[in-house]
Design a protein around this ligand. Structure first.
Ligand code: ACM
Length: 754
């Protein structure tokens, strides 16, 4: 895995300019106003951070955290904190200019050669000002990692007046499809804080797993937090693991994985110390299979309980919103979460909820009639309104996905009454505009736009060997950066309702924290800049320069991130392993294991357990080969190139070509006349029309072997068994994923051994 992601950038990194040389301010997100002067402010070996006596405890709390972070990073420095600005090198004071310059989260930072002054009106503003100081210092300071004794710390002489563009700057993580530990989440909270993001949207539940301990309903975690090892989906991962992680095909369940209430409180506290609110989401009434598996009595068909899903997609098994006990169930769950999460909002999903089960459920039919509805969709709106009234009693307001107003048949008047914030993904822009025109606030989290949007789990490149993810490889880092969250065509009255942006990460394709980081970074940083920085000042070239410097910090923190966007990046390309001197084996099209093509010294008998190794010998023409059995020394031969003719062994040579276009994902061999030949597998006596090259792996039916030659000289291989193999085994007899990618030993030229 590590190898797979490693691209040598030593040269690049070695030549990164230091800030002082560049004469620019390496501060991301880009501040609102910056005036840069000549000169540098060098930190004395011993200095004080002084908080004005006019400021109270909250400013002292921020300053203490800042001092503690500096102490952890600036080895050998003597740093003290005092509640007075007298003789302090860093002075923290109330902001005295016009309040609109800094707002509720902004600050002013004046860095001179011998002093630094930070002023603000709020503790959030002080926090972000301190973050700016740390961010402009060497990379380890932002991450609170220790530097070396004797390190010199300096800042440019600059004055900054800064305030964010949006009040909501979010990151959503789906922990249902793949579970992440509290420590893994904290790594993201650290980065969010560095980049001044302020809401962690925690997608805690979905069809594939319930991840929040609810004391009143223990089965949500004893049953709902676990799923079987069976795999039954068209979503799969080309990686070391399926997205079910170690659960897939091992005979062991995935989970139970969930967060205890204590762990959730711990995340809330950790986030709060970084001025990040945590927005919990319980997706309902759809995407609720894990809950329905735990408590089927609240589903539309209790006699037919579902299992926690191992599929991706949209299930029609949803909460029975016409059953008062089911609605009570939902409220009781939210009630516990309202106690744990102090943020005054709670997210109840509302996306992708089929109405089919309601349409055939007697209670739903009765409720539909009773309410005089003309669409079953409106049952969902009534449910949302009911939940909205309920959470209001706990001082909370709702967030909902955009379907709550964009799905046909939703009751828009009721939705207006909820005052919910609408999280807009698809359709994003028109959904946000609709919300605004209804007087509701909107968050922009575009799922896919030309070039890229804010669904930062999607494929960001078509380089060979990219992790499989949703999308087509065109959700690039640059496209994500250049996405405009509020188009110029939106009126200022409507734009006032576009209150934020969010990087959203779904984990159907993610099997590890490394992949999460690789896909999310650096696009999350693009979203952070969109959240903070003025649109007119955003510029990809300038951002890229800062981001390139920030890779030093990401490296220092051990973060995995995509590098396609960097100058000097060597794009990975597919290298066909089938060439002169390659050693391959063959299987027939049906892939019935272990009947790969063997040379039992003269007969082509697919029944043999062992596969013969065949050597490709160039016949001197591009892409044409003689295929010689290593066992008998004879050549693969077809007496006729007509379709359906048999192959045999002969001392005569015959040229073959590899045809990768006949069926996608397969490599077939054809006589040079380009007609597929047949081979009898001697078991079912079925005649197969194509012969496939595959890697040597204990006779397993691997069809396609792809080798990636990395710039650092290592090789990696993909063994792809095609669209629907019965099973695939490795050398030790373990059942494997449909496709595997990882580190393989390369011996004998191109022979691939697992
Ligand atoms: C979503 O992507 N279903 C909100």
């Amino acid at each position: 895995m590590k190898h797979f992601l490693v691209i040598l950038l030593t040269l690049l990194l070695g030549s990164l300019p230091s800030q002082a040389e560049k004469g620019f301010v390496n501060l991301t997100p880009r501040p609102k106003n910056v005036i840069l002067y000549d000169g540098a402010c060098v930190f004395p070996q011993s200095f004080a951070v002084g908080v004005s006596a006019e400021l109270g405890d909250t400013a002292m709390v921020e300053a203490r955290r800042f001092v503690d972070a500096l102490k952890a990073s600036m080895k050998g420095y003597d740093i003290s904190l005092q509640h007075s600005v007298e003789n302090a090198f860093i002075q923290v004071a109330p902001y005295t200019g016009s309040a609109s310059n800094v707002g509720t989260e902004g600050y002013r930072l004046v860095i001179k050669e011998n002093s630094i002054t930070l002023s603000s009106l709020t503790s959030a503003g002080f926090f972000y000002g301190f973050q700016s100081i740390r961010k402009m210092l060497p990379p380890h300071v932002g991450l609170e990692l220790p530097g070396k004794e004797g390190d010199v710390y300096s800042l440019p002489v600059v004055s900054i007046t800064d305030t964010p563009r949006f009040g909501y700057r979010g990151f959503m993580l789906d922990v249902s499809r793949h579970f992440f530990t509290v420590e893994e989440i904290k790594r993201f909270l650290d980065l969010m804080a560095i980049y001044k993001m302020n809401v962690f949207h925690w997608h805690l539940t979905d069809d594939q797993g319930w991840r929040a301990e609810i004391k009143q309903y223990p089965k949500l975690t004893t049953v709902g937090a676990k799923r079987s090892d069976s795999w039954n989906t068209d979503i799969y991962l080309v990686d070391d693991y399926w997205w079910t992680g170690e659960g897939a095909y091992t005979g062991k369940p995935y989970g139970p994985y969930f967060y205890t209430q204590e762990e959730m409180r711990d995340v809330v506290a950790y986030a709060a110390a970084r001025h990040i609110d945590v927005l919990p989401e319980v997706d309902m009434p759809g995407h609720f299979v894990a809950a329905m598996a735990s408590y089927p009595e609240f589903s539309c068909d209790p006699s037919n309980p579902p299992s926690v899903w191992t599929n991706g997609g949209i299930s029609s098994n949803v909460l029975n919103v016409a059953n008062p006990a089911a609605v009570e169930f939902a409220k009781n769950i939210l009630s516990e979460l309202c106690d744990i999460f102090p943020y005054p909002y709670i997210h109840i999903g509302g996306d992708e909820c089929p109405t089919s089960q309601w349409e055939s459920n007697a209670a739903c039919q009765a409720r539909y009639k009773e309410l005089g509805l003309s669409s079953y969709r409106a049952l969902q709106t009534h449910f949302i309104k009911d939940i909205s009234d309920f959470v209001a009693t706990k001082g909370k307001r709702l967030f909902c996905w955009n379907e709550s107003i964009t799905a046909g048949g939703s009751d828009l008047d009721l939705m207006k009454q909820t005052g919910a914030t609408i999280m807009c993904w698809n359709p994003c822009q028109s959904g946000a505009l609709k919300a605004a025109q209804m007087g509701l606030d909107a968050i922009v989290t575009e799922y896919h736009a030309a070039g890229g949007g804010y669904y930062i789990n999607r494929r960001q490149s078509n380089d060979y060997g990219e992790p499989t993810g949703a999308g087509y490889g065109d959700d690039t880092v640059e496209g994500c950066y250049n996405y405009v969250p509020v188009p110029a065509s939106v009126s200022s009255a409507d734009a006032a309702h576009f209150i934020g942006v969010q990087g959203t990460f779904w984990t159907e394709h993610v099997s590890s924290n490394e992949y999460l980081e690789y896909l999310a970074l650096p696009r999350l940083i693009c979203v952070a800049e969109a959240g903070w920085s003025t649109q007119s000042k955003k510029n990809w070239t300038d951002f890229k320069e800062r981001l390139t410097l920030d890779t030093q910090m990401l490296d220092a923190g051990g973060y995995i991130y995509a590098r396609h966007w960097m100058d000097g990046y060597i794009h990975r390309v597919y290298e066909n392993p089938l060439k002169d001197g390659a050693v391959v084996t063959f299987t027939n099209q049906s892939g019935d294991r272990p009947r790969c093509l063997a040379d039992n010294k003269g007969t082509l008998n697919g029944q043999a357990d062992a596969c013969t190794e065949w050597l490709l010998e160039s016949n001197g023409k591009e892409g044409e080969y003689y295929i010689r059995s290593q066992e008998s020394g004879k050549y693969l031969y077809a007496s006729s190139t007509a379709s359906g003719s048999m192959v045999s062994l002969d001392t005569k040579k015959m040229a073959w070509t590899f045809d990768e276009t006949t069926m996608s994902g397969y490599v077939a061999i054809c006589p040079v006349a380009n007609t597929a030949v047949a081979v009898n597998n001697n078991v079912s006596n079925a005649t197969h029309t194509r012969l496939f090259a595959h890697g040597t792996a204990n006779g397993a039916s691997f069809y396609k072997v792809e080798l990636i030659s990395m710039p650092d000289g290592t090789h990696h291989a993909t063994l792809d068994a095609g669209p629907s193999p019965a099973s695939v085994y490795d050398l030790s007899g373990r059942r494997l994923r449909r496709s595997v990618k990882g580190d393989f030993a390369i011996v004998d030229g191109q022979k691939v051994i697992l």
